[in-house]
Design a protein around this ligand. Structure first.
Ligand code: NAP
Length: 294
């Protein structure tokens, strides 16, 4: 029997279809094997970043199959000045051993560099054919609107943000805005950096109950819960082929409304309010302006 078919969602309004389960590579140590296995199963979106130290191994995993894979990487905030954006992209291209990045994402906002300067450089990269699509990561609703407002020719097609059963800060405002404006939400840490972290907030064992009801594993239920929201795709990271195979099978089936309700109501989650988010943003901003945070 061949692999179960992967489910896809459109990236923004680009016409490009992305798998709902991609492959994260932060702290990735699995070598080429798990990435190649994921790609073979349809998880043909790999997420990396200049700061992860995994662009080289991603590049190796692409050999001979570059055109089958959608490569997403990120630029660090310390490189947000115009000329730094261009040279950081060149370095990523070199490490990845490819001639264009499919999705180039600003890793975090940086209020020490004017957003129009950074976005101007990102648009230049698209015009030069080095980048296909522009994305952001960890942008609040306010920051996302500001970044969109300064773009002249191209659009922001995605925002990569933390989203899992136990961290639902993006729900309501950011998620709704992205849905309404054709911006794909790429959920990072969708397994909360380890399924035990979800179980620690699940006093009634709802996750294992829903897993038993559906005949799926707890990780598959947690991932399916994420991708059940309309603009959301997820990029779990795994060093093991077994886990990658398991995660790919989180696609192509649906939790019922009742199962979703059980998970929504039974698992304790955090949802940062506007005030807390604004405070964190302000603290980061001060740190960036003073040069403590890069
Ligand atoms: P995650 O994917 O939520 O969790 C990774 C952990 O879950 C690892 O310990 C992994 O262990 C384990 N795991 C994976 N599949 C499993 C399975 N089927 N059963 C049991 N355990 C499983 O956490 P994450 O790495 O933080 O997030 C995923 C990706 O999002 C990152 O790799 C990165 O690409 C991206 N990310 C982006 C940002 C950002 O600021 N934009 C921040 C964090 C992460 P094994 O390796 O042993 O399988």
């Amino acid at each position: 029997m061949g692999p179960e078919p992967m489910e896809y969602k459109e990236l923004g309004a680009t016409g490009v279809r992305l798998p709902v389960i991609g492959l994260g590579t932060w702290q990735y140590k699995g070598g080429v094997g798990p990435l190649r296995e994921g790609i073979a199963l349809g998880a043909c979106l790999i997420d990396t970043a200049e700061s992860y130290g995994t662009e080289e191994i991603v590049g190796k995993s692409l050999r001979g199959i570059r055109d089958q894979v959608f490569v997403a990487t990120k630029i660090s905030p310390r490189h947000f000045k115009h000329s730094d954006v261009i040279s950081a992209a060149d370095r990523s291209l070199q490490r990845l051993q490819i001639d264009h990045i499919d999705l180039y994402q600003l890793h975090w906002p940086n209020c020490a560099v004017p957003i129009d300067e950074t976005m101007g450089a990102m648009e230049d990269l698209v015009d030069r054919g080095k980048v296909r699509f522009i994305g952001v990561s960890n942008f609040s609703l306010v920051e996302l609107k500001q970044a969109r407002a300064v773009l002249r020719k191209h659009s922001i097609v995605s925002n990569q943000v933390r989203y899992s059963l136990i961290d639902r800060s993006i729900e309501v405002r950011l998620l709704t805005y992205c849905r309404q404006n054709n911006i794909t939400v790429i959920a990072y840490s969708p397994l909360a950096r380890g399924i035990q972290n979800i179980k620690g907030r699940d006093p009634h064992g709802i996750l294992s109950k829903v897993a038993a009801m559906t005949g799926k594993t707890q990780s598959q239920v947690a991932l399916n819960w994420c991708i059940s929201k309309s603009p959301v795709i997820a990029i779990p990271k795994s060093n093991s082929i077994g886990h990658v195979v398991e995660n790919c099978k989180a696609s192509n089936w649906r939790l019922s409304a009742g199962e979703l309700r059980l998970l929504d109501e039974g698992i304790r989650f955090k949802r940062r309010g506007r005030a807390e988010a604004a405070l964190r943003r302000a603290a980061r901003c001060v740190g960036q302006k003073l040069g403590y945070i890069q």
